[in-house]
Design a protein around this ligand. Structure first.
Ligand code: SF4
Length: 334
């Protein structure tokens, strides 16, 4: 059986940075380091960090006074940041700079008197963080039907922002509906959907043209991983979201010549390698790499960790811009 690997796949710059922040904080301050929510949505990543001294909690009141506190890559509401400030908790913020950018965008719209619509999924931590950063709150929409139900103060003063990990195609449909209802709506089109999400979705579109089954390595609560599986399914390809190689069912590959493998932005490459090993146990495999975008985005670490990291960019090093890099909108130095 041929096994074709998507390019790009797996860790994005925001996840790489968040994981490194926790590791460096443990190295600098010693365990335990408290992390509010899963640092990123991946079971293996969370288990590994737990094994070196990270303590994952749901709320700040589970954190002892004075303990080093990390906010996850998904970002937090202003109230959470304020509460941490009131308790003088030493906070290291691992919010992805691209999520923080969406916060600022929404805040600007709110300051200018717009009703702000957030396109995203109810209950996702990024959505909770974003809606809690925008004064006056947001209207959350997840579907075209939600757009029909919207009630705004002034239809001529409406804006939207989006969660970073949505399906580009589904989001366009919702944006088109918003434009129909509110012809003057202001918004970023799909530019809030981050470079990593867009690149991984584009790679799955390509992969689906070559294979009969697609395996997406990612945890069930990972938004961007779910979108990858859905995109493959929408293209008529049997697709499965697997947390680890143990989730693989050999029956999926009956009568299949080629299987595609990709990984969500929070899934480490070691899980992909374990999947390849497992496939090799099921049947002899030939592994190929699909051509695709080479990513070169890096985000600076928080300054308080530069001493232990050895450089502002940590183990990933300073970015070297490449002509070929699509979607180079994020500012690496942010
Ligand atoms: S998926 Fe995008 S927004 Fe989310 S952490 Fe990665 S780079 Fe940041």
């Amino acid at each position: 059986m041929r096994v074709i690997l998507a390019q790009p796949r797996g860790f994005c710059a925001g996840v790489e940075r968040a994981v490194e922040i926790v590791e460096l904080a443990i190295r600098k301050y010693g365990p335990p380091v408290y992390v509010r929510h899963e640092i990123v949505h991946n079971k293996r990543v969370v288990e590994k960090l737990r094994s070196i001294g990270a303590r994952f909690v749901d709320e700040l009141d589970e954190i002892p006074d004075g303990a080093i506190t990390v906010f996850s890559a998904h970002g937090v509401a202003q109230k959470v940041a304020d509460d941490a400030g009131l308790r003088d908790l030493p906070v290291i913020d691992a919010t992805c700079p691209l999520v923080a950018k969406v916060h600022r965008e929404g805040q600007r719209y709110a300051e200018q008197g717009y009703d702000v619509i957030l396109i995203g999924h109810e209950g996702h931590p990024e959505v909770e963080g974003t809606r809690g950063r925008i004064p006056g709150g947001v209207h959350l929409v997840s579907s075209v039907d939600d757009v029909d139900r919207l009630r705004v103060r002034d239809p001529a003063k409406v804006s939207y922002i989006t969660q970073t990990t949505l399906s580009v195609d589904d989001t366009r449909v919702i944006i088109d509906k918003l434009k129909q209802r509110f012809p003057q709506v202001a918004g970023p089109d799909v530019r809030d959907i981050c470079y990593a999400t867009q690149n991984r979705q584009q790679a799955v579109h390509l992969l689906a043209q070559h294979v009969g089954v697609i395996l997406v390595v990612g945890s069930p609560n990972s938004s961007n991983s779910n979108r990858l599986r859905e995109i493959a399914a929408e293209m008529g390809i049997a697709s499965y979201l697997i947390d680890t190689a143990d989730d693989i069912n050999p029956a999926w590959f009956a009568n299949v010549d080629a299987v595609g493998v990709t990984a969500g932005a929070s899934a480490p490459e070691e899980l992909v390698q374990e999947v390849l090993n497992r496939l090799g146990q099921i049947t002899p495999v030939e592994i190929e790499n699909l051509e695709g975008v080479e990513e070169n985005v890096r985000f600076k670490l928080p300054e308080m960790l530069w001493d232990v990291a050895g450089s502002p960019y940590g183990r990933m090093g300073r970015p070297q811009p490449r002509e070929s890099e699509r979607n180079s909108a994020p500012t690496p130095a942010e």
